[in-house]
Design a binder for this molecule. Structure first.
Ligand code: SMO
Length: 785
């Protein structure tokens, strides 16, 4: 019973924005405690080498330098770490604050200089002499798996971190009976998050209390509280992790980093605050990277276009270390298991190998495997449609899961709880040019020297995974969230989020949910997050989970506070609380609106005039609610790109972008739109621009933003969005995750559009990013030059 205005579903403006827009946001670098020291790192200049000697004496003597640390200083006080989820056979090399014995990738921290200022610390880096003996670099993921390859970690049997096969059924038989077998091979290039705010940490050890306060640009403060305690041997309750604004994270800030642990260790040893703020070169060299995947895949198809079976071969380049705690295999496993997507695929076998190489560690990045899996599947479908002479939309229509098949268990065991797979495609097609109109546009483009193409991509996306995902596999990552809802003495409401709001609008959406479930106005609610000493537990922002899980926790806390308000009001009004209703901050007798009390009056009584209440009444207007979320809930979507390819230069222009997204109940469509647009931009970056280029020696050639191309405003299309709202039957509010969907669908939609443009000339491209050079080469090969 509620007479609320219904804040959920509204395009409420984000409460986070005024602060950020006015330059009052607080990022890691905005806080400098008294007596703070500043750190800089000597990083590995080569990919693979034995460290033979390090001479730090000259650096130590430099004026203003306080300390120079090498591995031996930190190793006795800090445990090594590696991300080993409980996947059979998964191995990884030990990671430490500073390179120990060997250097494993360009950019690995080797020596830490701590000084009175950052400038002094950086200057002193030049005074460190690092001697090393180069080893054979392991750069190519397939060559890395060869028995003759040098080993990245001497203590491991080989460079194979993990091998597994996913899927079920008699794949051989399906291929034997197929009318057509279509095979493709695609690859995506290693890229990285390029957060506007680079990583940064301010560590402050208090030796008297043995407490450590860490201000950190992270998406998982509570996880890092656990991990810092574990690694540094401190009591977890003595560790406080603070994060306010986070200028971009996207999965990249969900791990333990050597340089960040080193900064904490330095503060402990020096008993002074130590700050380290990353620069852009360090970001491109040492942030976790992603999407370094090669996939070959094949479909067995009946003459009418029905898919009979599928197989795939995935080689994932995991880089040098298995990041802690998520490991280096999450992306590869997602690629192999998500590939069947929204299609009815009876049998499937996906074989995955993850290689260890001398590159920066591979980890999760917005979409985690989805962009690659969807690219493999969707390019294969388009190729199949061409082979069968079928319209690509029609081929999809014949294979998409139908409403009456839901819930649907995929061939890799994923349960799609609900969705609108067919409807999404139809709604998308209605947004696109087709038939004679499309033919006309293609002909008109051709007159301008451009090839016009349309590409589709349909997908499902894993969101809000539960404890089975990381917890059951042994990682110190919780899956549930807590939210505290507190009515203050004046009737205003404070909401304390366990999971931090950090740019994705979580504070706004939490306030909308609390407004509805508590029965107060949105404008009376303040939201606090990002301080582990203040807020209840929350696992953090990852896997499109925070709106799903946090909103459940917020709703359950708000409902309990509402019950308490109604009980107090019932006593004061001498009516049965069951006859009361609450909305917009007013409690009234149902059907008798003149008998009412404001929440501020109730709050005043509950705080200061408790003599008016019977002792058995719960007077605390502060409740921590929790929600574990579902095992997993799947969103679905369909994206389309319209591109024009310059025939002479190979340059790709995206002239239109349309998508249909179904993330269940929309808490705030404006915020979801923003999430989709940002994700699409990153997906387009992967499709057309972004590539961390390691040369044959493992040297990173793209360590500035002059070399590492990213899409900017002029390269990005307007994104037209249609929402469908199929509520999840298994989440508390029917909400599904939305944060990664844009990045998931865009690479495939753009890629298919380019190949649709090139196909009339017999050309294709298979590798991302689709650079002009690759397009021209494709056209040249097709023309037989
Ligand atoms: S890439 Mo996400 O933060 O799981």
């Amino acid at each position: 019973m509620s007479i609320t205005e219904g804040w959920v579903g509204r395009r409420v403006k984000r409460v986070e924005d005024p602060k950020i827009l006015l330059g009052r946001g607080r990022y890691a670098d905005d806080v400098t405690p008294a007596r703070c020291l500043h750190a800089a790192f000597v990083r590995a200049p080569v990919a693979h080498a034995l460290i033979t000697a390090i001479d730090v004496e000259a650096a130590k003597q430099a004026p203003g330098v306080v300390a120079v640390f090498t591995a031996g200083d930190f190793n006795p006080m800090c445990r090594s770490w590696k991300g080993l989820l409980d996947w059979p056979g998964l191995v990884g090399g030990d990671q430490r604050p500073l390179a120990t014995g060997k250097m494993h990738y360009v950019g690995e921290p080797v020596v830490m200089v701590v000084a009175e200022s950052r400038a002094v610390a950086e200057d002193a880096l030049e005074l460190v002499t690092l001697d090393y003996e180069e080893l054979d670099p392991v750069v190519d993921s397939i060559a890395a798996l060869d028995a003759s390859a040098a080993k990245v970690h001497d203590e491991l049997p080989s460079n194979l971190a993990f091998e597994g096969t996913f899927g079920t059924g008699d794949v051989e038989a399906a291929f034997a009976e197929a009318a057509v077998v279509v095979e493709t091979g695609i690859s995506t290039a290693r890229h990285t998050a390029v957060a506007l705010e680079p990583r940064g940490v301010v560590a402050e050890f208090d030796p008297s209390a043995k407490s450590l306060t860490v201000r950190l640009s992270t998406q998982a403060p509570h996880m890092l509280q656990s991990v810092f305690a574990e690694l540094l041997g401190l009591r977890e309750s003595n560790i406080r992790v603070l994060t306010d604004e986070v200028g971009g994270a996207f999965g990249m800030k969900a791990h333990v980093y050597s340089d960040e642990v080193a900064t904490c260790a330095a503060s402990i040893l020096l008993r002074r605050p130590v700050k380290w703020i990353q620069d852009r070169v360090e970001s491109l060299q040492s942030d976790t990277q992603a999407r370094d995947e090669r996939v070959s895949a094949a479909l067995a198809v009946a003459a009418d276009g029905r898919i009979l079976g599928m197989r795939s071969e995935v080689v994932s380049d995991g880089g040098a270390y298995s990041v802690y705690p998520r490991s280096m295999v999450t992306e590869g496993i997602q690629v192999a298991t998500i590939m069947p997507g929204p299609y009815r695929i009876p049998v499937y076998s996906g074989h995955l190998r993850v290689a260890i190489t001398n590159k920066a560690p591979l980890a999760v990045y917005r979409g985690v495997g989805h962009p690659v899996a969807i690219l493999a599947m969707e390019t294969l479908l388009d190729e199949t449609a061409r082979r069968l002479g079928l319209d690509p939309a029609e081929l999809r229509r014949r294979n998409l899961i139908a409403p009456d098949e839901l819930p649907y268990t995929s061939v890799t065991g994923q349960v799609y709880d609900s969705g609108s797979h067919q409807e999404s495609l139809e709604k998308l097609l209605a947004m696109l040019p087709a038939g004679p109109d499309l033919d006309k546009r293609k002909a008109e483009a051709r007159e301008r020297g451009r090839l016009l193409g349309v590409g589709l991509a349909c997908f499902v996306e894993v969101t809000a995974p539960g404890v089975m995902f990381y917890g059951k596999r042994g990682a110190p990552i919780t899956a549930h969230d807590q939210v505290e809802v507190r009515v203050e003495a004046d009737g205003s409401v404070t909401v304390l989020l366990g999971t931090p709001g950090q740019g994705q609008g979580l504070q706004t959406t939490a306030a909308q949910v609390v407004a509805d479930h508590l029965g107060v106005s949105f404008d009376r609610i303040s939201v606090v997050s990002g301080d582990t000493a203040v807020v209840p537990h929350g696992t953090g922002v990852w896997a499109s989970r925070s709106a799903v899980v946090s909103s459940g926790a917020a709703a359950s806390a708000a409902r309990e506070v509402k019950e308490r308000l109604l009980a107090i009001a019932g006593h004061l009004l001498e009516v049965d609380p069951a006859d009361l209703e609450i909305g917009n901050g007013v409690v009234q007798v149902a059907g008798a609106p003149n008998v009412h009390l404001g929440v501020e009056e109730l709050a005043e009584v509950a705080h200061f005039r408790t003599h008016r209440l019977p002792p058995e009444l719960r007077i605390g207007l502060s409740v921590v609610g929790e929600y574990s979320g579902p095992n997993v809930t799947f969103n679905n979507g369909a994206h389309a790109a319209v591109v024009e390819v310059e025939e002479d230069s190979g340059l790709v222009h995206i002239v239109d972008y349309a998508c249909v997204e179904d993330c269940g109940v929309l808490i705030n469509p404006e915020i979801v739109d923003g999430q989709i647009r940002g994700g699409v931009a990153q997906g387009i970056g992967g499709a057309l621009f972004e590539r961390l280029y390691y040369d044959e020696n493992g040297q990173l050639l793209t360590s500035t933003l002059l070399d590492y191309l990213m899409p900017t405003g002029p390269e990005l299309p307007d994104v037209r969005i249609t929402h469908l709202e199929t509520p999840s039957p298994i989440t508390m509010l029917g909400v599904k995750g939305a944060g990664e969907a844009g990045a998931a669908g865009a690479p495939a939609a753009v890629h298919n559009a380019v190949n649709d443009a090139l196909a009339p000339l017999g050309a294709r491209v298979w590798h991302e990013p689709i650079t002009p050079e690759r397009v021209v080469r494709g056209l040249d090969e097709a023309a037989g030059h």
